[in-house]
Design a protein around this ligand. Sequence first.
Ligand SMILES: Nc1nc2c(ncn2[C@@H]2O[C@H](COP(=O)(O)OP(=O)(O)OP(=O)(O)O)[C@@H](O)[C@H]2O)c(=O)[nH]1
Ligand SMILES: [Mg+2]
Length: 429
Amino acid sequence: MIDLVKLHVKAGDGGRGCVAWRHEKFYPLGGPFGGDGGKGGDIYFKVDTNETTLTKLRFTKKVKAGNGMPGLTKKMHGKSGDDVIIPVPLGTMIRNAENHDLLADLTKPGQKVLIAHGGRGGLGNAHFATARNDTPEYAQPGEIGESLSLVLELRLLADAGIIGFPSVGKSTFLSVVTAANPEIADYPFTTIEPNIGVVSLPDERSFVLADMPGLIEGAGDGKGLGHEFLRHIKRCRVLIHMIDMSGDQRNPIDDYEIINQELLKYDPALESRPQIVVANKMDDEYAPEYLEEFKAKYPDLKVFEISALTHKGIDQVLYAVMAEIEKAKENDDILEDEVEETVVYRYEPKRPDFEIINYGSHRWKVESDKVDRIVSQTNMDDPDEAYRFGITLRKMGIEQALYDAGVQDGDQVIIGTYLMDFTEQEDQS
Ligand SMILES: Nc1nc2c(ncn2[C@@H]2O[C@H](COP(=O)(O)OP(=O)(O)OP(=O)(O)O)[C@@H](O)[C@H]2O)c(=O)[nH]1
Ligand SMILES: [Mg+2]
C-alpha cells in the first residue's frame, strides 16, 4: 500500500521595514529610526514515529506559516512569524508536485527538514542613511515566503520488522539492539503500534528496525486488529520471525505455522518476503528441548538461537538481517526506484544565478530567481533604491553579461516585474 497526499505549503512573508524618525529632546531632527520587519515563519516536516499514515494530512490541503510583523520605530525588529512543523510518519517522501523533484526522503526517526523558507523581513529606514541622503524616506517591503505544491508519499516503515505471537519478546529485542524504549510486559498486546529504532552495526552499516504488535490466529481475517497490524508488516523489507522457545504459552511449532498462514491469508505476496527465524528465550530451561523438536520438524530451516534477556546470539541475527536487507534492496525495483540517487533535501533553484534572453527588437530579459527576489524587495520608484539595485546588478555580473550579449544603450530590459531602460549609470560609489 502506498499512501499519497497532496499538500500546498506557503511559508510566511517577511514583515515590511519601518520608516520612522528619531524624536528626542536633544535630537529634534533625528535620523532615520525605523526597525526591520520580522522574518516569515518556515515550514518544516518532521518524522514522528507515533504517526503511521498520512491520513491526517489528507484533508488538510493547505498549510501556512505565520507572517513576520512590520518593523517598529526605535529600530525595533518586527516579531518573526511562527514556524510550522508538520509531523509525518517514517518513510515519508516529499516531492515538488510540479517537477517531481524529491525534496526530502525522511528515513530517520526524528529527522526534520526545512521545506519552505519564510521571507526575510524588509530593512527599516535606519539602514539607509548614506552620505548622500541622511533622511531616507523608504524602507524595504518584506520578502515573499516560499510557496510550494507538494506530493507526500509514504513508502517503507522500516527495513526490518519483528513479527510473532504476543509476548514472544519482540519489544525486548528491539530495546536491546536499538536506543528505542518500548513498553515490555508479560501480558499480550503490550505493543499496539510499532516502535522504531535504528540498529548500528560495528562496521557502520545500519538499518531501521520496528517491533510489530503481536499476531494471533485469525489475524489474517482481521481478528485482534490483525489487519491494522499486518498493514505495517507489509511495509518491512525483511521480517524477523520470533518464536518463544520456552513453550510457556504455546507450542513453538504451532506458533511458527500459524503466523505464516496468517501472513499469507492477508497477502500472498508476503510469502516471498525474506524471513529470519529466531528462537528466543533460549535461557529458559525447557527451551533446548523445544528447539530440538522444532529443528527436527524443519531440518532445512536456518534458526537463530538467542536470548533477548541475556543478550546471547544477538549479533548473528543482526548481521543476517543486514545481509537480507541489502539483498532485498538490490532486487526490488518498486521500493527503490531512483530514490537514493536523487535525494535533494532542500529546495534549490537549479538554474545558475541568471540567464539573459534576447527577445529581439532591442528587448531583453534577465531571468533569475535571485534577481526576482531582490526586485520584490526593492522600491524602484525610489531613486536611491533604484540606484542601489543597479549596483547590485553590476556586482552580480549582470551588467557585464548584458553588454556581452550585445545590449545597447537605450534597449529595454525586463528584470523581475520591471521594464527598464538600459542606460549607462554614472559611477557614484
Ligand atoms: N526468559 C526470557 N524472557 C524474555 C526474553 N525476552 C523477553 N522476555 C519476556 O517476555 C515478556 C514479553 O516480552 P515483550 O518484549 O513485551 O514481548 P512482545 O513480543 O513485544 O509482546 P507484545 O508486544 O505483547 O506482542 C516480558 O516479560 C519479557 O521480559 C528472553 O529472552 N528470555
Ligand atoms: Mg511488544
